[in-house]
Design a protein around this ligand. Structure first.
Ligand SMILES: *Cc1c(COP(=O)(O)O)cnc(C)c1O
Length: 397
């Protein structure tokens, strides 16, 4: 379907319609183009495609129709000009950094970003002369103080993992732009269903499609959304050369995932809010981290910047690691896994898993206590989730 002449379509319509280009077969659902290469009518057409004089497919490392449908749909949902899909979320971050940075450049990043992103910056980009300074996500003055003449990127996730701290995207975009810096937002936790960083001034949006875009824990993938020059030309150029492109099958899974994205995000946000309120009443719980709670220090910002509060709830237990492991080990329904954004609710002890490689001092500075538990709320019945956690809580009182 060509929706170019209906720019008024709303989010829900775009989620099921944007990007689909029907073939002559008249299929209703989007097809998977499982082909590595494409054929030409004659030698002259091949030459014209290769030279770029004639647009069209050549090879699936460059373009693939199923991948393109996913890219167009995600770009429409984020409100970005264009999108490039990648083989993983990390490949999206790598492609962005390699393309936009050169030796001598500098990144200012939020300190609490995804652990593998920290490794990418610290172990690999540093080898090529790209330095990174880390600041507290919510501390605008720290971002400002970290700026150097060679700073090119501000990099952040909001809300942060696992403490659900927020960045004021518009304030950071204004600061970045007044210093000729690009603001890159990893929109994994909210997805465009709940937060559209471009509306608040972000320049590039990154996704690990592995999480909520898939939403059912099946495929690994990623994407970068942004303007035509940076994403459609520059980052695309890196990707078709270096090769971490998305497979057509994975693109199809994510494309279909986008169709239910808003329903899933609203459902898990609603359950998460109720769960967070319930957790606040538990004697064993010292503190709940959820932006939908009035007790969250950035609750007002969350209400302005997000349309709902997301599916991730973290909380501190009074009894430290022993209490956290007791609670986790008494679940039967909730999955013990570090993944998130799945229809299945998951539970994690960050201090010994996702953040286990940090030194105790680093963990303390990051606010990751031994009693901290993170839950990624899925689509099960709320009562069943409460019952599952209650079994552990009974042991803690
Ligand atoms: C998982 C994740 C990534 C990395 O994505 P992969 O698809 O695992 O490569 C990046 N950012 C955030 C916030 C994530 O949760």
């Amino acid at each position: 379907m060509d929706i170019d002449d209906s720019p008024e379509l709303g989010f829900a319509s775009l989620a099921v319609r944007a990007g689909q280009a029907r073939t002559a077969e008249g299929e209703h659902a989007e097809p998977i183009f499982a082909t590595s290469s494409f054929v030409f009518a004659n030698a002259a057409e091949a030459a014209a495609r290769f030279s770029g004089a004639l647009p069209g497919n050549i090879y699936s490392r460059f373009t693939n129709p199923t991948v393109r449908m996913f890219q167009e749909r995600l770009a429409a949902l984020e409100g970005g000009e264009t999108c490039i899909a990648t083989s993983s979320g990390m490949a999206a971050i790598l492609a962005t950094c390699i393309t936009l940075l050169k030796s001598g450049d500098h990144i200012v990043s939020a300190s609490g970003v995804f652990g593998t992103t920290l490794s990418l910056f610290n172990q690999y980009l540093s080898k090529f002369g790209v330095a990174t300074t880390y600041v507290r996500l919510s501390d605008l003055s720290a971002w400002k103080a970290a700026i150097r003449p060679e700073t090119r990127l501000f990099y952040l996730e909001t809300p942060s993992n696992p403490l659900m701290e927020l960045a004021d995207i518009q304030a950071l975009a204004d600061l970045a732009h007044s210093h000729n810096i690009l603001l890159v937002v990893d929109n994994c936790f909210c997805t465009p269903a709940l937060q559209q960083p471009f509306k608040h001034g972000a320049d590039l949006v990154i996704h690990s499609a592995t999480k909520y875009l898939d939403g059912q824990g099946r495929c690994v993938g990623g994407a970068v959304v942004g303007d035509q020059q940076r994403v459609g030309v520059d980052i695309y150029g890196f990707l078709r050369t270096a090769g971490p492109t998305m497979s057509p099958f994975n693109a199809w899974v994510f494309l279909k995932g986008l169709e239910t994205l808003r329903l899933r995000m609203l459902a898990c946000s609603e359950s998460a809010l109720h769960l967070a309120q319930w957790l606040e009443t538990q004697p064993a719980v010292e503190r709940v981290y959820y932006p939908g709670l009035p007790s969250h220090p950035q609750h007002e910002l969350a209400k302005q910047q997000q349309s709902a509060f997301g599916g991730i709830v973290s909380f501190d237990l009074r009894g430290g690691r022993e209490a956290a492991w007791t609670l986790i080990d008494h679940t039967r329904l909730i999955s013990i896994t570090a993944n998130l954004g799945d229809a299945k609710t998951t539970i994690t002890h960050p201090a010994t898993t996702t953040h286990g490689r940090l030194t105790p001092e680093e963990r303390e500075r990051a606010g990751i206590g031994e009693g901290l538990v993170r839950v990624s709320v899925g689509l099960e019945d709320l009562g069943d989730l409460q019952h599952d956690l209650d079994r552990g809580f009974q042991r803690l009182v």
